[in-house]
Design a protein around this ligand. Sequence first.
Ligand SMILES: Cc1ncc(COP(=O)(O)O)c(C=O)c1O
Length: 375
Amino acid sequence: MIYFDNASTTAVLPEAAQKMYESMLEYTGNPSSLHELGFKSEQALNGAREKVARAMGVNAKNLYFTSGGTEANNTAVIGTALAYKSRGMRVITQTTEHPSVTDSFRHLEELGFDVVYLPVDTFGHISLDELSAAVDEKTTLVSIMYVNNETGAMQDIDGIIKAVKAKNPSCKFHCDCVQAFCKHALPKKADLISVSSHKIGGAKGVGALYIADGTRTENLHFGGSQERGLRPGTENLAGIVGFGLAAELGGRDLEQKAKNVSSVKSELLKLTELLPDVYVNGALDSPYILNLSFLGVRGEVLLHALEADGIYTATSSACSARLKNKLKIVDLLNEGRGESALRLSFNAANTSDEAVCVREALLKHVPVLRKFQPR
Ligand SMILES: Cc1ncc(COP(=O)(O)O)c(C=O)c1O
């Protein structure tokens, strides 16, 4: 089996799985309980908070656990916009965010907010000039992701923060770092950062939101004082402890890992020379994601042909089509390229040998499938 769909989710690290199993048996108390068992669970919770915070490069007291990247993004966007509503109702994002961000902005639109969706160029980057022009004194929030989950295009987050703060120093900046965490050093000056456990070898259904000192965010859930009231409800302790360990292990050797993964990506990039009509979608920024269009073959058909060989990949079309319908934006991928896009996404354990194997499989399948699909 070759798994090149790590941007969708990663396999749980055996160490994290073992830790979660042990945690379920060991930490039986509710972290909110006042007795000894509760205290032990609370300590485990805060130990994990320290680990995730360290890997993110932030202070643990600013970190809140959530049910995943989606909830972290919902809270960051909606909660922050609501908290600063009296200052202004203009908020800014870009067209190629993950739906957990875009749909949050759609919700804000329904609440009467003035939402700006900045376009991206063919590389998937926004223009700093257009961003600068969009920020005014009534703008309270800008949200731009670091690594795009479809293409691996990376935004110049430091430049973006500088441009935003130059126009309006009190405007808050949120960054969805779900695809960047434990792969790239996270931005230092963002006011809010979202991460997710299942993209780094932890369990699904766990995430975290960093909120800088001086940034206010309204809670979207009610009913308890857990996570200082921002995310009430008894914590998924085992999942959080596993997330802590995955972050501790995954936060190491980022440069070495990126180098290894780059060689995996390079092997697959050779397809653009070995086959006609193969195009790279988006910029070749993050080594962890490669999005290729094999013109004349539907991505879904290719995905299933590879699956029959034990190779797991993803298409991009579902997400892009959704965005097109909902926002009426110009898609990053034009018509034919969107239909025939295949996303290959890697983790540090993938090897060049696996990449060569997948390349061979594509060299075998694409010419055959092209014969059966009218252009
Ligand atoms: C960029 C990005 N943001 C947010 C999410 C949502 O994270 P989760 O699956 O933990 O809700 C994903 C998941 O695919 C993602 O890729």
